[in-house]
Design a protein around this ligand. Structure first.
Ligand code: PNW
Length: 486
């Protein structure tokens, strides 16, 4: 399988999931630190307090990336570290990211920065969080602070990671911080995150232009990462299932894609959620701000969705979507929708494995949107119950298979015309899996949560080899030597 020359191979993490040092260097509570103190909010009572201590161990982690032959590392900056109280910038927080970026550049790894991966300063949550329009303006100021410190060295900027999770799952499904069950607030959060994205894109472009001179143009690429799915009707000839799939596609995909790419919310969606006031949030001029051109779209994909409009029979297997808190659907106007099992193999998250779904999604996006920018798979990966065996290795056969099969699906999508320019595996390290705490491992590198020792799993070695082979096939000089990982 051939990948284009210049295709970026990487791996991803997020601040709250790996850094730890939750109250060090001037950092204050993010909503996840606060949420972790709510009884039963997080499995096992786990917290992001220490996580995998990346804050102190980043040189070791960057060395690992270099050994695996990664072109790029996708990480996020913590708003609660950079602007702890929501208003005043913390220079020590910026300094951490500055050292991280220097380390990456020294090791030849391209920094791929995400500004918001769910860790809002708790101080801003106390003023309403994303339900408050003002948070969008605070976000643009935060983006400016990060750009001021790193704009001379970081070229790739992502505003948001999966705004769907930090709006619907956080404000309506109640599964993610701040753990609410309020559809009006949740849809306000959707619009305000879109607005924040647009305001930050505008601000960063202005700053890049202002710091360019006649002989040096600041090269910056701006984008956003969405988690997209295929909403597959369980019975394609059943109008009830078709209608359910239409609603999920509207909420999950089109509510996020269309304001960005077309400058409008889908009309069927506005109708579906009419009683929750989304339309009232949209002020004149907002959609122009939101739909400014971006340079890339990040796609996170783990599984697609088999959707039905019929209730599942008692005891029938499901579990594809957050159903841990019964009765709390994150889908306003679609609370009745169910996700029947198709009998496909599943990961430890109970998510069905279907690589062909990723191929289909990527091809379909190109077909449906003329204004689609180049795509990057900014997350794809799987959780399995890993065992560190007596030989000191983790033989994660299923994760290895998952990654290779999904990379192959991306390759087929490219052959069919999809403009995909990179792939980032989720995740570099085992880490704090949000409401699941440390119970679900997604890393290609195993972390012992007592000693914090890192051990590349078999999947890391296979991924390193895949990268080296893909580069050799694309004719990238020196690539074949990069297999000696670990
Ligand atoms: C993503 N779903 O979250 C996040 O970007 C990561 O931080 C996270 O660790 C990773 O995927 C694995 O969960 C998701 O309900 C959360 O389908 C929920 C869903 C998908 C992705």
């Amino acid at each position: 399988m051939r990948f284009p020359k210049g295709f970026i191979w990487g791996s991803a993490t997020a601040a709250a999931q790996i850094e730890g040092a939750a109250h060090e260097g001037g950092k204050e509570d993010s909503i996840w630190d606060a949420y972790a103190r709510v009884p039963n909010a997080i499995a096992g009572g786990d917290t992001p307090e220490r996580a995998v201590d990346h804050y102190h161990r980043y040189p070791e982690d960057v060395a690992l990336m270099q050994r695996l032959g990664l072109d790029s590392y996708r990480f996020s900056t913590s708003w609660a570290r950079v602007v702890p109280g929501g208003r005043t910038v913390n220079p020590k927080g910026l300094d951490f990211y500055s050292r991280l970026v220097d380390e990456l550049l020294e090791q030849g790894v391209l920094p791929w920065l995400t500004l918001y991966h769910w860790d809002l300063p708790q101080a801003l949550q106390e003023r309403g969080g994303w339900a408050n329009r003002d948070t969008a303006y605070r976000f643009a100021d935060y983006a400016e602070a990060v750009y001021g410190a790193l704009g001379d060295r970081v070229s790739h900027w992502t505003t948001f990671n999966e705004p769907l999770c930090s709006s619907l799952i956080a404000y309506i499904g109640g599964e993610h911080a701040p753990g609410l069950n309020d559809p009006v607030a949740g849809l306000a959060a959707v619009h305000h995150q879109h607005l924040a994205h647009g305001l930050a894109v505008r601000r960063l472009r202005e700053l890049a232009t202002a710091s360019s001179t006649d002989d040096s143009q600041r090269d910056i690429r701006l984008g956003i990462t969405l988690n997209l799915t295929n909403a597959v009707p369980n019975h394609p000839a059943d109008p009830v299932d078709l209608e359910a799939a239409r609603r999920i596609d509207a909420l999950w995909n089109r509510m996020f894609l269309e304001p960005l790419l077309l400058g409008a919310y889908p009309t069927d969606l506005l109708e579906d959620v009419r009683e929750f006031g989304l339309a009232d949030r949209i002020l004149p001029g907002d959609l122009e701000v939101i739909s400014q051109p971006i340079d890339f779209l990040g796609v996170n994909h783990y599984h697609d969705d088999n959707v039905s409009g019929h209730p599942l029979p008692d005891g029938a297997p499901t579990g594809l979507r957050p159903t841990d808190k019964p009765g709390r659907s994150p889908f306003p106007g679609s609370e009745h929708v169910s996700f029947p099992s198709r009998g496909l193999p599943r990961t430890a998250m109970d998510w069905e494995v279907n690589p062909a779904g990723l191929e289909e999604l990527l091809v379909r996006l190109g077909r449906e949107y003329d204004t689609l920018p180049p795509l990057y798979i900014t997350e794809n990966g799987a959780s399995y119950d890993d065992v560190l065996s007596d030989d000191g290795h983790v033989h994660d056969v299923e994760r290895t298979r998952y990654i290779l099969d999904h990379v192959a699906a991306v390759g087929r999508a490219i052959e069919r015309g999809a403009d995909v320019r990179g792939y980032f595996v989720w995740s570099l390290l085992d880490n704090f899996e949000w409401a699941w705490g440390y119970a679900k491992r997604f890393g290609i590198v195993h972390v012992d949560y007592d000693t914090l020792v890192r051990t590349p799993k078999d999947s890391a070695l296979a991924y390193a080899q895949l990268i080296a082979e893909a580069k050799a096939a694309a004719g990238v000089a020196g690539a074949a030597g990069a297999t000696g990982a670990a």
